[in-house]
Write a protein that binds this ligand. Sequence first.
Ligand SMILES: Nc1ncnc2c1ncn2[C@@H]1O[C@H](COP(=O)(O)OP(=O)(O)OP(=O)(O)O)[C@@H](O)[C@H]1O
Ligand SMILES: [Mg+2]
Length: 224
Amino acid sequence: MAAKIIAVVNQKGGSGKTTVSMQLAGALARRSNKVLVVDADPQGTATRWAASALDETPFPASVVGLSAASTKVHREVKKFIDDYNYIIIDCPPAADSPIPQSALLIADLALVPLIPSPLDMWAAVGIRQVIQNVGDLNDALHSRLILNQCQPKTTLTQESLEILPEFGILLARTQIQHRQIYRHSAVFGQSVHNFGSKAQAAIAEIESLTEEVLEILSMKQDNS
Ligand SMILES: Nc1ncnc2c1ncn2[C@@H]1O[C@H](COP(=O)(O)OP(=O)(O)OP(=O)(O)O)[C@@H](O)[C@H]1O
Ligand SMILES: [Mg+2]
C-alpha cells in the first residue's frame, strides 16, 4: 500500500489545522486504517494532543514530529509511505516556512481550514499562491477549503462570502461549527468519537468530512 497523503495548511494561525488533522486522523483510524499524523509544526500541538490521552484509551493514530526536517519534510514523509494507509501532515502557520510547500509537494490533497470572518479570510488569501505554485509541480494535488468554527444560526456575512472566490480553491461541502467538544477532545487527547451522545453533532460533521475526503482521494486526477 502507498499511503494517501493529506496536507493541512493555512498560514493564518488558529484556523483549525491541528483540529482538522487530529479529528480526521481519529475518524480514519476508527475505520481500521493505519494512520500517521506528521506534526510538522515546531509548536508540537498534535504531539501534545496525542500525549494527553490516557494509557487505557490511546489516540488511535500514530503521531511523529518532523518539523526539524524543514525543506526535507517530503523526503522524510516518503519513508513512511508503505507503512500506512493515510498520512496527515499538520503544518505550521508561518507564511515564510518552507514546510507547507514541502508537504504539498507529496500531498494528494491540501485541506485549508478557514474561519469565515473577514479578518481571518484576508490573512489567509496568500495560501492560494502557495497551493497553485506547488500544483504546477504536483499534478495529483487536489485542494479544498473547509469552513471551521462556523457559528450556528448565523449565515456567513456578506463580506465573507465576497472573499471566498478570491481563494480560487473549491469549498468543501462539510462545514465545521464552533463547538466546545472540539476543545475538550484536544484536552483529553481523543477525537470527538470518544465522547458519545453529547458529541453527536460533532461526530456527524467529522464523519461527513471523512466521507468527503475519501471521495476526493478516490477521484481521478483532474486538478480540482
Ligand atoms: N470548530 C471548533 N470549535 C471550537 N473550537 C475550535 C474549533 N476548531 C478549533 N478550535 C479551537 O481553536 C483553537 C485553534 O485551533 P487549532 O489549534 O486546531 O488551530 P491551528 O490552525 O492548528 O493553530 P496554529 O496555527 O497555532 O497551529 C484551539 O484551541 C482549538 O481547540
Ligand atoms: Mg496547529
